[in-house]
Write a protein that binds this ligand. Structure first.
Ligand code: NAD
Length: 287
């Protein structure tokens, strides 16, 4: 939607990414978050190519999203460096690996950046742009501009640190949530309810640092002086999590058995419900 043409490439030619894009837009049309004109526009500007050189030789930006495997990712960028001009921007969509390490063998490291989309990528606005020490400032700015034009909300992570920004925030919260269950302070459902109907509900309007300003930094300081020592600060995964995984309770992928015991219907409701909620948020933003 940013006036650009996108070519998809995958070593597995059996997949149907365009069909998936079409299906996602159809769901959005059904919820009035897109129209037929938008679908026509997107489908005219996106294509699949099974030949890497043809797919990338004229590209201004290449976003790599292959398996989370350092050697495969480095191999892809070595191939790309041989096929693309020196000004083509190279981005990795990795969610956990260090962009610095992925770029280690590149000759032109200044044009390399982390570009971490959030799942489901067509509905989640956030994209984290992760700079390595070598990433040029103009490359970060260019990527931010392009992403904004595509309707995304890019944020720049100035240092290549594990978890970037959003996963650090998310897993600080998950660590505390698991710890509360582990220590019998509340069960899983109660922990999730407390978040959903409490702080989670106002989070989209007032995030932590905005909230700290609102209540006062003196009060925040006083609360932290008292409470931080009681919060979970383990640098190892919770023994409860280890135990559940050892028991084969993996969540959706083990038939719905994890922290919760869910039926097929409940699992489907959660996935569909999440997508519908995200589409509603997009519609609200437009109003
Ligand atoms: N799944 C998510 O929620 C999510 C979210 C954000 C970022 N990411 C990142 O996206 C990347 C891919 O994750 P995924 O979940 O989509 O994995 P996936 O296994 O679903 O897809 C990986 C794709 O890469 C293809 N592939 C493998 N080697 C290739 C190569 N050499 N050249 C071209 N294509 C190749 C595979 O055929 C497959 O279609 C990872 O780096 C991951 O961290 C995933």
């Amino acid at each position: 939607a940013a006036g650009k043409t996108v070519t998809l490439y995958d070593t597995n030619i059996g997949i149907d990414p365009i069909g998936k894009v079409e299906a996602n837009i159809d769901i959005m049309i059904g919820k009035c978050a897109a129209d037929e004109e938008y679908k026509k526009y997107v489908l005219e500007h996106i294509g699949f190519c099974s030949h890497l050189q043809k797919a990338v030789e004229e590209a201004e930006l290449v976003v790599e999203c292959v398996f989370e495997d350092m050697q495969i990712k480095r191999g892809v960028f070595a191939e790309l460096e041989a096929l693309c001009g020196t000004e083509t921007v190279f981005a990795t969509n990795t969610s956990v690996m260090s962009p610095t390490e992925i770029a280690e063998d590149l000759k032109h490291k200044g044009r390399f950046i982390g570009m971490h989309f959030w799942n489901p990528a067509h509905l989640m606005p956030l994209v984290e742009l992760v700079k390595t020490k070598e990433t040029r400032q103009d490359i970060a700015e260019l990527c931010a501009r392009e992403l904004r034009q595509a309707g995304k909300k890019p944020v720049v992570c100035e240092k290549d640190v594990p978890g970037f920004i959003a996963n650090r925030l998310q897993h600080a919260l998950w660590r505390e949530a698991v710890s509360l269950v582990e220590h019998g302070i509340a069960d899983a459902q109660t922990v999730d309810m407390a978040l959903k109907y409490g702080p989670g509900l106002r989070l989209p309007r007032i995030a932590p640092l905005e909230n700290a300003d609102m209540v006062g930094l003196d009060l925040t300081l006083s609360i932290h002086r008292y409470v931080l020592k009681y919060l979970e600060d383990s640098h190892e995964p919770s023994p409860l999590l280890e135990e559940l995984v050892n028991e084969g309770r993996l969540g959706f992928k083990s038939g719905g058995h994890g922290f919760y015991d869910l039926s097929e219907r409940e699992m489907l409701d959660r996935t569909v419900g999440l997508n519908e909620y995200l589409i509603d948020q997009i519609n609200k933003e437009k109003e």
